[in-house]
Design a protein around this ligand. Structure first.
Ligand SMILES: Cc1cc2nc3c(=O)[nH]c(=O)nc-3n(C[C@H](O)[C@H](O)[C@H](O)COP(=O)(O)OP(=O)(O)OC[C@H]3O[C@@H](n4cnc5c(N)ncnc54)[C@H](O)[C@@H]3O)c2cc1C
Length: 400
């Protein structure tokens, strides 16, 4: 055992779920190691940079917006000394891209149907209803099918008709001293970098965890390069399918339960274009119903003197050339005008009605498990604050 690295807590997965759990752990004075398979931490926080001469531009390949209601996240941001890096987002519209034209959301809605339906918002409860059931009553069936559903699909880049309505958008208490919505001076990945630099936190990147065993009351975590880590507490902050696979032999009942959840892959392509080469008016995002992509999120929210950037979030299964051709068609540019391309694949949960019962069973299964923590974006919702809140409540179960 002498060559095995000994820890109080090993966290597998360096997205915001794993990072926030690691943050709570080092703050509590525990010897903590975080292991991430990619070459940097952040997961769905991915803010790659494009540098030309002295000029630098970054764009977001994943999450892009935080809100004043993200109180647990903000506590961590403050704890990491990052609060001054909070940056406002310019007010530019989320627009519809249909028949080759950019259209406003409001002008595309059937206002008569909306006015007739909207009063139901005061009586209809979200609980027990799917997104389709709830919102088609609030905005009208035609508005939902033709317009609104596509905006919802753009959030987790998949069809959201069957998502539980109460897990899609949550109302949370807001902090009044923080901007309503914001990003950070160098993008959301700054949060990942700041947490990773926490004193006392050992971070290992480019190491995929391939196996987990239990020995003498400790967890033994083995990575693809053969390194072994021993730990009193194991926190899994990876997609549910990965957690299910890793727990297969040590906790078969939990592994089976995790294996019940579905997930979607989001295939994202980010492009950087010189401002003068693009005619498109500034937008926050383009939502294109029934297209190859769910949304094209722009960085026009943080205007730059020289560049504009777009992250196209594609349905899975298209080859690179097909995706690049569609990007050029939508932006009306020649391929040669694309200055830089970035790609990333993220995993997002496919939640459906019955998820609350799944969560209750998860709690029951974890009750008997000493020091096995499960966090991620597949518990109380996929918003950043949901991930941090899950990590906070899971960490409160630790007893060494
Ligand atoms: C395109 C997109 C846009 C979004 N926009 C927003 C937004 O604007 N606002 C908002 O609130 N939310 C947004 N979300 C949701 C939110 O960003 C995510 O739900 C959240 O960041 C997920 O964090 P996570 O740590 O749970 O998972 P992830 O970020 O997926 O992190 C999991 C990590 O585990 C690592 N990993 C996996 N397997 C292994 C292994 N075997 N060994 C080691 N490491 C492993 C992965 O490489 C990854 O880094 C968005 C999500 C996406 C995909």
């Amino acid at each position: 055992m002498s060559s095995i690295m000994q820890n109080d807590v090993v966290v597998v997965g360096g997205g915001i779920s794993g990072l926030s759990l690691a943050y709570y752990s080092v703050k509590a004075g525990m010897k903590t190691t975080l292991i991430e398979k990619d070459d940097s931490t952040g997961g769905s926080f991915s803010s790659p940079r494009h540098r030309v001469g002295g000029r630098e531009f970054w764009l977001e390949l994943g999450a892009h917006t935080c809100y004043s209601s993200y109180k647990n996240l903000l506590d961590i941001v403050e704890g990491c000394g990052l609060i001054d890096a909070i940056t406002p987002r310019a007010k530019v519209p989320f627009s519809l891209y249909k028949d080759g034209e950019v259209k406003s959301l409001v002008s595309s809605l059937n206002i008569a149907e909306l006015l007739l339906s909207a009063p139901k918002i005061f009586s209809l409860k979200k609980s027990g209803l799917s997104v389709k059931d709830y919102y088609s009553k609030i905005v009208g069936h035609k508005n939902y099918n033709e317009i609104i559903s596509h905006f919802f699909n753009a959030v987790p880049s998949q069809v959201t008709d069957d998502f539980p309505a109460d897990l899609m958008f949550k109302s949370r208490e807001k902090r009044k001293d923080v901007l309503k919505n914001y990003t950070f001076a160098e993008g959301l990945q700054s949060i990942a970098k700041a947490i990773s630099a926490s004193r006392g936190l050992n971070v290992f990147t480019s190491r995929e965890v391939v196996s987990i065993q239990e020995e003498n009351g400790k967890y033994i975590v083995i990575t693809s390069d053969g390194t072994t880590y021993a730990s009193k507490v194991l926190a899994l902050a990876v997609p549910s399918s990965v957690a299910s696979r890793l727990l297969g032999t040590v906790k078969p009942a939990i592994a089976e339960h995790l294996g019940l959840l579905g997930a979607a892959t989001v295939d994202s392509v980010g492009v950087v274009i010189r401002k003068e080469n693009l005619d498109l008016k500034p937008v926050a995002a383009l939502i294109s119903p029934n297209d190859l992509f769910f949304s094209a999120v722009s960085l026009d929210t943080v205007p730059h003197d020289n560049f504009r950037g777009f992250a196209f979030h594609f349905r899975p299964g298209f080859d690179h050339n097909t995706k690049m051709t569609r990007i050029c068609e939508v932006l009306r540019i020649a391929p040669s005008k694309i200055e830089k391309t970035f790609t990333r694949i993220n995993t997002v949960p496919s939640l459906c009605l019955g998820h609350h019962e799944w969560l209750e069973k998860t709690d029951t299964l974890l009750k008997g498990q000493k020091n096995l923590l499960l966090t991620g974006n597949y518990f109380g919702g996929m918003a950043i604050e949901d991930c941090v809140s899950r990590s906070k409540s899971e960490f409160s179960r630790v007893s060494l």
